[in-house]
Write a protein that binds this ligand. Structure first.
Ligand code: FAD
Length: 342
C-alpha cells in the first residue's frame, strides 16, 4: 500500500499499511503466507536499492500478485555466519555463471525470482567479494528440492545451481556490494510487521482466554487456575512490549526510510513469546493437547501446528543468539563477540 502508484502501489502511508495488516490478521487471514518474503524483503530491497529498470520490471508484478520471491542467503555452511557462503558466480561476457547450493530457502518451490547472494571474487573471504543478484527461478540449471519441516509441510527447500546463466543487469548495487545489500535486506526482514505480530499475538491470546473458559482442569474452568492467569498476564505484557517497540520503530522508519539494528529487539519480542503461548495453549488442553486432528482435537489442531511451526521462529531470520549479539554490539555498543572476530 505504501509504494508509489507508478509501480502499482497504493501510494498510502506506512501507517495505513500497518492498519490493513492488523485487520487482516484479526480476520484470520494468513500472516505467514508465501508472500511474506516478497513483501518484507524483495519489495523494500528493490525499491531502495534497485535500478529504475529493475523497479519497473519487478514491482508491478509483485503488486498485482503475479510474482513471488524467495531469499537465497543460507547455505549448509553459512547460516548465522552468512558471510561464509561459497556459491560462486563467474563473469562470462554479459552474464554471471552460478554454481553452488543454498539451503532452507522458504517458498523456493513457489517462487518466480530469488534474492541471491553469491561470491564473485574467488580469492575473497567472508564479507568481501560478495554480490547480490536477482535470479529468475525458471532458468535452466536450477534444481529446487523441498525439505520437510517438523510440521510435516515442506515450506523450505534446497536449491542447487549448475552453470546457471544470469544477465549482469540483474545485479543489485555494484559487484562486491553484496554484503551491504544483504544486511539491508535482513534489517527489513527483522522489522517486518512487529505491530502486526503484536496484533496476531493478541488475537491468539484472546482466543486462548476464550477457550480456557470452557476447558476444565480438576473440575474447574482453566480460566480460574492461578498458573494459567499468571501466564495470561505475561502474554499481555509481551504483547504490549512488542506493540510499543513496533510503534517506536515505525516512527523511525517513517522519518528515515531504512530500519536499523533495533529490528533484532522486535524479532526476539515476537519469536520467543510466540513459542511460549503455543506451548502453553497445548498444556491447557490436557490430554487432548496431544491430538491434532479428529473429534478430540481442540480448534482443529491449530495450536499443535503453531507449536511445531514456532520452533523455527527462533532460528529463521537469524537465531535468538545472533539477535542478542546484534543488540549487544550494534545497539548497545558492547565489545564485539570475540569468537566471530578472530
Ligand atoms: C523455518 C526456517 C525458514 C528459513 N528460511 C530461510 C530463507 O528463506 N532463506 C534463507 O536464506 N535462510 C532461511 N533459513 C535459514 C536460517 O536463516 C538459518 O537456519 C539461521 O540463520 C541459522 O543458521 P544455521 O541453521 O546454519 O545454524 P548455525 O548458524 O549453525 O547455528 C547453530 C547454533 O549456534 C548458534 N550460534 C551460531 N553462531 C553464533 C554466535 N556467533 N554466537 C552465539 N551463538 C551462535 C546459533 O544461535 C544456533 O543455536 C530458514 C530457517 C528456518 C528454520
Amino acid at each position: 500500500m505504501q509504494y508509489p502508484k507508478q509501480y502499482g502501489g497504493g501510494e498510502k502511508s506506512m501507517i495505513e499499511e500497518v492498519i490493513v495488516q492488523q485487520e487482516l490478521v484479526t480476520q484470520c487471514a494468513a500472516f505467514l503466507a508465501p508472500g511474506i518474503i516478497t513483501h518484507s524483503m524483495a519489495v523494500p530491497v528493490l525499491y531502495h536499492c534497485g535500478t529504475d529498470e529493475q523497479k519497473n520490471e519487478f514491482l508491478p508484478k509483485i503488486f498485482n500478485g503475479t510474482h513471488l520471491w524467495c531469499q537465497g542467503f543460507s547455505e549448509p555452511d553459512a547460516g548465522s555466519d552468512v558471510a561464509n557462503i561459497s556459491t560462486m558466480a563467474t563473469k562470462d561476457g554479459d552474464h554471471y555463471v552460478i554454481n553452488g547450493q543454498k539451503a532452507w530457502t522458504s517458498y523456493a518451490h513457489l517462487a518466480d525470482y530469488c534474492l541471491l547472494i553469491v561470491r564473485t571474487d574467488p580469492d575473497s573471504r567472508k564479507h568481501k567479494g560478495l554480490t547480490y543478484l536477482l535470479v529468475d527461478m525458471s532458468l535452466p540449471g536450477i534444481d529446487v528440492r523441498p525439505m520437510t519441516m517438523i510440521t510435516g509441510h515442506a515450506d523450505f527447500n534446497e536449491i542447487f545451481f549448475d552453470n546457471v546463466r544470469v544477465p549482469t543487469s540483474m545485479i543489485v548495487g555494484q559487484e562486491g556490494d553484496g554484503w551491504k545489500i544483504s544486511i539491508t535486506t535482513l534489517m527489513f526482514e527483522r522489522v517486518m510487521g512487529d505491530i502486526t505480530m503484536a496484533s496476531l499475538f493478541e488475537f491468539q491470546t484472546n482466543r486462548i482466554l476464550e477457550m480456557s473458559k470452557s476447558l476444565k482442569r480438576s473440575g474447574r474452568p482453566v480460566s480460574e487456575d492461578p498458573v494459567f492467569r499468571q501466564q495470561l498476564s505475561q502474554s499481555y505484557i509481551d504483547i504490549l512490549a512488542l506493540k510499543y517497540h513496533g510503534l517506536r520503530n515505525l516512527s523511525t522508519q517513517i522519518k528515515g526510510g531504512i530500519p536499523g539494528p533495533e529490528g533484532s529487539i522486535g524479532k526476539l519480542l515476537w519469536s520467543e513469546p510466540t513459542q511460549r503461548i503455543s506451548e502453553w495453549a497445548i498444556n491447557m488442553m490436557g490430554l487432548n493437547g496431544q491430538v491434532s486432528e479428529g473429534a478430540y482435537a481442540v480448534s482443529n489442531g491449530e495450536f499443535q501446528y503453531n507449536y511445531l511451526r514456532s520452533k523455527g521462529f527462533t532460528i529463521e531470520a537469524g537465531t535468538s543468539e545472533i539477535q542478542r549479539n546484534i543488540i549487544g554490539e550494534r545497539v548497545l555498543g558492547l565489545p564485539k563477540d570475540a569468537s566471530r572476530h578472530k
